[in-house]
Design a protein. Sequence first.
Length: 210
Amino acid sequence: MAKLEILTYPNPVLREVSKPVTEFKSELKKFTDDMLETMYESKGIGLAAIQVGKPIQLLVVDTRQKDEDGRRYKYDEMTELEQSIVQPLILINPEIIKGYGKTTFDEGCLSLPSFYETVERFDKIDVKAKDATGREIKFTVDGLLAICIQHEMDHLSGTLFIDHLSFLKSNKIKNQIKKSGYPDKNNKDDDDDDSGSARSRKKSKESIKS
Ligand code: CO
């Protein structure tokens, strides 16, 4: 496995529309493994293929928490539906068949490191996709997993979470990045900084980048 480079805004590749996967060969399995490694090493909970420069409709997700030994486990705050889904989840050519209700969450993105903003999503979704072997899967999920899947699916159409913000807010972030770049990368794993402490967040920042 290999850790891949994650593209960051304003790299124009992130705006590309990803194409459906048509062949399920061993290369796809290897690429999926590399995506998972990249996501875990970057302490993200989700990653879309376009974020590593491949415009195909593939995403990986794992919203479970990690114990001291690095083992992933399902935690109490996970909804029943979320707990019923086997993770890591690999979704290929995903479609949201139906969305229910609304929820908001402070989202982050590995392609926009250190920025977190509240985004509105469906509370619950019916999803249809293919797994890494090309088999069709269908499920209903809510909770953080549903939010994360919607965030990743946005990437497949070239959309970033900042596009869901008000014009003013979104422009402020875009201009700040274009002008000053991202905050010091040496501190990117330091989740105890106070930049977002005013916001209520159930989990530490590192667990919600995707
Ligand atoms: Co993202």
